[in-house]
Design a protein around this ligand. Structure first.
Ligand SMILES: [Ca+2]
Length: 117
């Protein structure tokens, strides 16, 4: 379903690769319109090589796709591959950042007042 929402791989410039060892994720970040803002990122799970902190491979197919459709520098949607085999049918909407959502008030962290215990 969702492959139509993804940029065509052939249209992509060379990515900037960034890894977050703590999260175990590797980000391939793309600036598709040359304005120096990241507007597309492909996020893959890092597979650590045995006994090495520095060497890793990435899972065969990405876990997340993050897309800034209108090139304003803010992600608009993220998609997740629910199975991990790179099949279009398994890639579904994960978060739509353009829909305003308000956290219920009791789930927000409370501001603490100085002097209060
Ligand atoms: Ca955007």
């Amino acid at each position: 379903m969702a492959c139509g929402k993804l940029p065509a791989p052939a249209s992509l410039p060379a990515p900037t690769i960034r890894s977050d060892a703590g999260a175990g994720l590797v980000f391939e970040e793309y600036d598709r319109n040359g304005d120096r803002l990241i507007d597309y990122a492909v996020v893959s799970v890092m597979v650590q090589a045995d006994g090495s902190q520095d060497e890793y491979t990435i899972a065969p197919f990405p876990l997340f796709y993050i897309i800034d459709y209108n090139y304003d520098g803010y992600a608009d949607v993220s998609l997740i591959d629910t199975v991990g085999k790179g099949r279009c049918d398994d890639i579904v909407l994960y978060q739509d950042f353009t829909v305003p959502h308000e956290e219920p008030k009791d789930s927000r962290p409370r501001a603490t007042v100085r002097g209060e215990a």
